[in-house]
Design a protein around this ligand. Structure first.
Ligand SMILES: [Zn+2]
Length: 307
């Protein structure tokens, strides 16, 4: 049930990804002990990260990150080119409880507030790091992502994202379909014909309900066939994705070693420092005396944000 399925329409004029996450969504979301509305956002962010990350042609990581002034001030989801996915979230529990009690719709726009969405593609030392940023717009994460693709990549995009925790507590289901219009349409579709086909494909995609998108009894290929059987659909081999965190004791120790000694002293309790990974919630305990003191040469390769 955890998969990303590439497809094309119109002989390759439009390119898509269908993503379905069950175990990945469940394993990721339950670690964060958040209200259901926040769990839905994490689920949608995971799906978006997988849809974008599965386009990577070289080894690397795709990270999407929101930063905003609402009760949910940060959502991070990333995916490596070999299919490892994870997510983290930062919330203000008091403001969150207040908003839930107030009865306003608990959508992305209300929970996140004003801010932006950034997507970063990092393909190692040999290639440049690429980052695009867009303001949070519309009601849903999908609305903002569509605006991202339009502004940062000049790609016409249609996108569905959904996540739910079905009755019975058997975990989470998250899913989505990303459909993009290639900047240089191929020869089989051009001009008004290509524009019409794009409008039709968008309408067809919007006709899919969240229930159908997430229904585990409906195979992913069947979802696509029902929608696009008259749109020149071609489905390609799917790829697996899984929950996996990249944190390690060694990496965190490297981060701590880069901090000023006075910060370490301030953070220590009874001579130990406890660090919890934002993503997988693993707790690491360090003896302050075991942490190497600030290295003489500054180590620019350590990235505290993505331990
Ligand atoms: Zn971790």
């Amino acid at each position: 049930m955890d998969l990303v399925l590439p497809f094309t329409l119109g002989g390759g004029a439009f390119r898509g990804r269908l993503v379905r996450l069950h175990q990945v969504a469940t394993e990721t979301i339950v670690r964060h002990h958040q209200p259901e509305a926040v769990g839905r956002l994490i689920g949608e962010a995971l799906v978006l990260a997988v849809a974008v990350g599965s386009r990577l042609k070289f080894d690397g990581v795709v990270t999407l990150q929101t930063s905003s002034d609402g009760p949910v001030s940060r959502i991070v989801a990333d995916m490596t080119s070999d299919g490892n996915v994870r997510a983290s979230v930062a919330t203000d529990p008091d403001r969150l409880a207040e908003m839930i009690a107030s009865g306003v719709p608990l959508d992305f726009a209300h929970l996140s507030g004003k801010g932006h969405l950034a997507m970063t593609v990092d393909q190692g030392d040999d290639t440049d790091r690429y980052q695009g940023i867009v303001a949070i717009e519309g009601h849903t994460l999908a609305d903002t992502a569509i605006s991202y693709f339009r502004q940062s990549e000049q790609i016409g995009t249609a996108l569905l994202l959904a996540a739910e925790a079905p009755d019975g507590g058997f975990g989470w289901r998250a899913g989505g379909i990303l459909l993009q219009r290639l900047p240089t349409p191929n020869a089989t579709l051009a001009g008004p014909e290509e524009a019409d086909a794009w409008e039709t494909a968008k309408v067809l995609l919007q006709s899919l309900t969240d229930r159908e998108l997430l229904d585990p009894t409906l195979a992913a290929t069947e979802v696509l066939r029902r929608l696009f059987h008259q749109s020149g659909l071609a489905v390609y081999d799917g790829a697996d994705v899984r929950f996996a965190c990249r944190c390690s004791r060694q990496r965190l120790e490297g981060v701590l070693a880069g901090l000023p000694p006075e910060d370490l002293a301030h953070a220590a309790v009874d001579g130990t420092i406890e660090v919890t990974c934002d993503f997988c919630k693993t707790r690491y305990i360090f003896d302050v005396d075991d942490i190497p003191t600030s290295s003489v040469s500054s180590d620019n390769s350590s990235k505290p944000r993505s331990e």
